[in-house]
Write a new protein. Structure first.
Length: 302
């Protein structure tokens, strides 16, 4: 999932992290019969935001490899996973691991990641300091108060060396998980849309991508953000998802490669995200391991 909706601060929208830009365009007529070994296959992929600039070059690049891609556009995050489960789609690409884990647990399903696309970092911004190192001990940092961004914001602060979370932290971390004796800063929570306006009053603030430009900032102004190489960021990597029985489908794997390796696709992905997307090629085994961990955490905390 890329950018998030400005109008929704629910945990589902926060986890999804892409805008609801178009209405439901249609529904697939059934799953493609691609065995993974033959060319000239039609693969139906569910997305949210078919008009985003990465998709047209992706379809063309796939066609050059003998694969016809049929993109099915959905209006909200709740639809693509059930459609995949029910065989109306072959793949979908709109979500990160946290969102997929939530679906699998709640629906008792076993959809799996077959490849990574990008991570959309959550940034820490300041109008007082040019770097994290300049923040003083005892300063206050603001983070969003919705569950998803609160936990992720704490993980960003921990990665930046500003707080220490008991047990290393997780996607369910809260303020009570901060080890105050080992932390450099104090943390306060605000409604996500208010964190930008808090900047004059705090040392720094975690600002959701939705509100960065509205605050007169650029993504490049962040003094810290998710590190795609950090294990704590792995659950927020966006993915192609498939049914479990299709995880080794060679055609589907080829489509992941096309997405990852085609410059025009990557350029479109960056454009669609306002320059915030960080393309990643995470090993599928790591994606699968992260999914299992997040599913276990979701069951435990559900």
């Amino acid at each position: 999932m890329s950018r998030s909706s400005k109008k929704s601060l629910s945990i589902v929208a926060a986890l999804a992290a892409i805008p609801l830009v178009v209405a439901l365009a249609g529904c697939a007529n059934g799953s493609a019969s691609a065995s993974g070994d033959d060319a000239d296959k039609t693969v139906t992929i569910g997305v949210v935001g078919k008009s985003d600039p990465q998709w047209a070059p992706f379809v063309e690049a796939a066609k050059d490899e003998g694969i016809t891609v049929d993109l099915v556009d959905f209006a909200d995050y709740a639809q693509p996973n059930p459609a995949l489960t029910e065989g109306e789609l072959d793949l979908n690409q709109f979500q990160h691991i946290v969102y997929l884990a939530g679906y699998n647990v709640s629906a008792d399903e076993d959809l799996v990641p077959i490849g990574s696309t990008a991570i959309y970092p959550l940034g820490l911004y300041s109008t007082k300091y040019d770097s994290v190192e300049d923040i003083k001990k005892g300063d206050t940092v603001a983070i969003p108060d919705d569950d998803a961004n609160l936990a992720r914001g704490l993980l960003v602060l921990q990665s930046a060396g500003l707080v220490s979370l008991k047990g290393g932290g997780s996607i369910y971390s809260g303020l009570n998980d901060i080890d105050t004796d080992k932390s450099k800063v104090k943390v306060t929570t605000l409604e996500a849309s208010l964190t930008p306006s808090s900047l004059p009053d705090v040392a720094a603030a975690i600002i959701n991508n939705d509100y960065v430009e509205d605050a007169g900032l650029k993504a490049s102004d962040a003094i810290a953000q998710d590190d795609p190489a950090d294990a704590s960021a792995l659950p927020y990597v966006n993915i192609f998802a498939a049914k479990a029985e299709d995880k080794d489908n060679a055609t589907y794997k080829k489509l992941v490669e096309i997405f990852q390796d085609t410059k025009a696709v990557q350029d479109g992905l960056l454009e669609a995200s306002g320059g915030t997307a960080v393309a990643v090629k995470t090993p599928v085994a790591d994606l699968e391991a992260s999914l299992k961990t997040v599913e276990a955490d979701t069951r435990k905390n559900g």
